[in-house]
Design a protein around this ligand. Sequence first.
Ligand code: GRF
Length: 220
Amino acid sequence: MSFPVAVLASGRGSNLAALIDAREAGKLLIDIVLVASDKADAPALRNAEAHGIPTFALDPKTFASRREFDEALFANVAASGAQLVVLAGYMRILDAAVTAQWVGKMINIHPSLLPKYRGLHTHRRVLKAGDLEHGASVHFVSAELDGGPVIAQARIDIHPGDTEDALAARLLSQEHCLLTACVGAIARGEVRERDGTVLFHDRPLTAPLRLGDGGNLLVA
Ligand code: GRF
């Protein structure tokens, strides 16, 4: 079996689709052992089912607390045998105690050049600030929202007249390449986390890796 990966997604699931496509094209040696969601109607679940991937959804409203929900969710994730959890558009804040059990084994994709613009509405905030550049980051998940060590980033220029939607769409295709590259690098053992630092080929990174034109990860 290849490297087992679980994906959590709340919605559309285009990042999940990119992982599935790369895997099916033989470009990503992973097994997606589970796709889970906090939304039973998430399109990401339907896509996973169509590809024969096990899925489940849990409704947060049926749990008394965030911790109980996350404990139930991650008990299922652990049972799947996943060695890596990918948050791909998973729109819930995670309980810190549950997150602590997955340090170094859980990554998130966020549509900004972290540490800038943690949280929501990143495209809108970038435009409002008048930035010339935007991007996406993949980071190891820590208890702090969008705050864990950044593995790699993809950058795009902001064009005059760009709208939130145009920017989001242009960035999304880069997100797909970035996430695929990061998952591949972790699966191959090239990237890992130690004491809050990202190691690339066993050397600590002093800056996030960048996504090269060929979809590979380069030291910045
Ligand atoms: C992406 O922009 C991702 O960076 C953010 O949520 C969005 C999810 O998109 N965390 P999709 O569901 O993967 O299409």
